[in-house]
Design a protein around this ligand. Structure first.
Ligand code: ADP
Ligand code: MG
Length: 138
């Protein structure tokens, strides 16, 4: 399904609906240009799952971990491969270690070091339409 949102708030609302479908153990790829709303979407999911901290782009850290207060899901991992300087970071990251039943992983720019590095359970596509409009394909 492709949705159109017209504000950060609407993207958060869509993210909250998506969050309600999560059971833990998902690996979600976020695909789309810079500014297309990927991080905003993760922030909406985290809020909906009861995270008390505001999700920020993993700029200096390679990835961020957020504890969340939810029956099934205890942790969100948010990685942004665009910020990786070196594919060796991928190994350091050892995403496999996070594939626990109570964790949900989000990865922005999953294909930057080549396709097929990850085995996602979901891929979400983001498209910049205009200043306030984003197309989000779930
Ligand atoms: N409908 C919308 N949904 C999400 N973000 C929006 C929307 N309209 C405008 N924006 C703005 O677009 C930017 C999206 O940034 P961000 O989520 O960090 O993108 P990405 O992680 O894809 O680079 C933010 O500045 C946000 O305020
Ligand atoms: Mg981002």
């Amino acid at each position: 399904m492709t949705y159109e949102t017209h504000s950060e708030k609407e993207t958060h609302e869509l993210a909250a609906r998506f969050a309600a479908t999560l059971r833990g153990g998902e690996l979600i790829e976020l695909v789309g240009d810079l500014g297309s709303g990927k991080t905003t979407f993760v922030r909406g999911v985290a809020e909906a799952l009861g995270c008390k901290v505001k999700v920020k782009s993993p700029t200096f850290t390679v990835m961020n971990e957020y504890p969340v207060d939810n029956d099934k899901i205890k942790k969100i991992v948010h990685a942004d491969f665009y910020r990786f300087e070196d594919p060796a970071h991928l190994e350091a990251l050892a995403l496999g270690d996070y594939s626990d039943d109570d964790t949900v992983i989000f990865v922005e720019w999953p294909d930057i070091f080549g396709e097929g590095i990850l085995t996602p359970t979901h891929t979400i596509n983001f498209e910049f339409v205009d200043e306030i409009t984003r197309k989000i394909e779930l």
